[in-house]
Design a protein around this ligand. Structure first.
Ligand code: GUN
Length: 283
């Protein structure tokens, strides 16, 4: 069994980005918008801002109160869309319930949508067209990068994805499909997940349930990508995979922490640099 070490690959990618940024006439700029003070969101946003700083990217956080009205948030985004010094805009999710998330995500200009959540970017990834000038979401992109680094080619493979969110499962299914894999996208109404995981060469899990994927659900030699992140009452961080037992059957497996999480950050920085480059080419 080989560990898919996202931490060291992410460190390498971030160092490469940093050296590329030093050659640019100005630092790429990412603005992360955080509405409210949801604890995991605060932690993610802090990590993103710190990673930007380390890579020489200007990563500001716009902190808005929980009570922010949708119209105020849209006004901030309009301003950032028009600001020629801003390359990337990221609205941390989830948003408070009184705000229409889809409307907010659609208001971000696609050229600055480094999260790849705007329907134009979603559509281009789905149709596998103009991907060089589009953005795919950071977590699925990080998964693909990690597999590529370990020479795991999804072409012709059976891939089971558990969790069909717009942030992870659905875009990951699109990227895997574009890489010529056959996809089973399992969701909350899937009656028997093991029907799909037992037949899979690659299993990706991201639902937020510790021990969801157990050893009896996978075949020998499986590649396991754990996208889950859960804090146990003991304070320990774990993924969605029963790591110790599944690892005995796996050929490759991601640790949590140190697997997909750091790759998400690296991919976000890559998308920000890509946004900078595409925007400077078009100016
Ligand atoms: N919330 C959880 N994951 C993400 C992500 O990748 N991007 C944004 N914007 N919010 C998130």
């Amino acid at each position: 069994m080989t560990l898919l070490d996202g931490k060291s690959l992410s460190t390498h990618i971030q160092a490469t980005i940093q050296s590329q940024v030093t050659t640019l006439p100005r630092a790429p700029k990412l603005v992360v918008i955080l509405v409210g003070d949801d604890a995991p969101s605060v932690a993610y946003v802090t990590m993103k801002a710190k990673a930007c700083k380390n890579a020489g990217i200007d990563g500001g956080v716009l902190n808005l109160p929980e009570s922010t009205q949708e119209s105020e948030l849209l006004a901030h985004i309009r301003e950032l869309n028009a600001d020629t010094n801003v390359d990337g805009i990221l609205v941390q999710l989830p948003l408070p319930k009184h705000i229409d998330t889809a409307k907010v995500l659609e208001s971000i200009t696609p050229e600055k949508d480094v999260d790849g959540f705007h329907p134009l970017n979603v559509g281009r990834i789905q149709t596998n067209t103009q991907v060089d000038s589009s953005f795919a979401p950071a977590t699925p992109l990080g998964v693909m990068r990690l597999l590529e680094h370990y020479h795991i080619d999804p072409k012709g493979k059976n891939v089971a994805i558990i969790g069909a969110s717009n942030i992870v499962g659905k875009p990951l299914a699109a990227l895997m499909h574009n890489a010529c894999a056959t996809i089973s996208l399992c969701h909350i109404y899937t009656q028997d997940i093991s029907l799909y995981t037992k037949n899979a060469d690659i299993v990706c899990v991201g639902v937020g349930k510790p021990n969801l994927l157990r050893a009896e659900m996978v075949q020998d030699g499986v590649v396991v990508v754990d996208i889950g992140i859960n804090r146990l009452e003991s304070g320990e961080l774990v993924g969605d995979v029963d790591f110790d037992n599944v690892a005995k059957k796996a050929s490759f497996i991601t640790p949590v922490p140190g697997g997909v999480g750091p790759m998400t950050i690296a991919s976000l920085l890559e998308n920000t640099l890509k946004a900078y480059r595409l925007r400077s080419l078009s100016q």
